[in-house]
Design a binder for this molecule. Sequence first.
Ligand code: ACM
Length: 267
Amino acid sequence: MKIGFLQFKPVLCKPDENIDKIREIILNCKTDHDLLVLPELANSGYLFSSRDEAISASEIIPGGKFCRALSEISKEKNSYIISGICEKAGDRLYNSAVMVSPNGETETYRKTHLFFDEKIWFTAGDTGLNVFEISGNFGKVKVGMMICFDWIFPESARTLALKGAQIIAHPSNLVLSYCQQAMFTRAVENRVFTVTANRTGTEINGDKELYFTGKSVIVDTKGNYLCTAGEDNECILTAEIDPEDALDKNVTSKNNIFEDRRTEFYR
Ligand code: ACM
């Protein structure tokens, strides 16, 4: 199975430009994928200065332009695509991820753990952490979604793994420096594949400025880094994996990471 990420620099509050860039990069990519992961808030950018600004770059799922464009690209490339998206739902905004499939289905995850000023613009997610089965020539594989800062809560990845996720797709806009290294632990402690699709570049809005750390990573169930992107380049990187590796939760012949849990001591 071929999994990958698209690392790029979204333009703040320019969803049409972002769609065009994503379409161009993916359609020009010579490598085929079964699953491709894009960064957090890939339609809108990140550093809003007002709620109105965030609303202006948001859209409904699945009927909005960005979702429909992703769906078309998914069909054309015969690849599942997971992307971060600024979602409007009634009078609420969510920092969400969508998974679109080549046959036109859409699944949504709304970010559980909001980071810093996201708490001003967004409502905390109400979907919970869920796992979705995807299928194709590669067989049937269970995929979970979490978004950026969700990583710092080990419960996020653990919940997805306990629900059967073999691959954790992790759209991100990372501003702190340690997630990419920490994903080693998330992958190993759950024996899952992780795909952290980060963005690049600096966003400036009024007197606010944020630098995003790039270096998107794919980590396998044993903690090997299969792909690491540069800090500032826009690229698609791809790894060939056997998702069945994630079904084996035995660390030694006497240790199974799920069966050995002592949940009576965890509260
Ligand atoms: C983050 O959660 N975007 C840092």
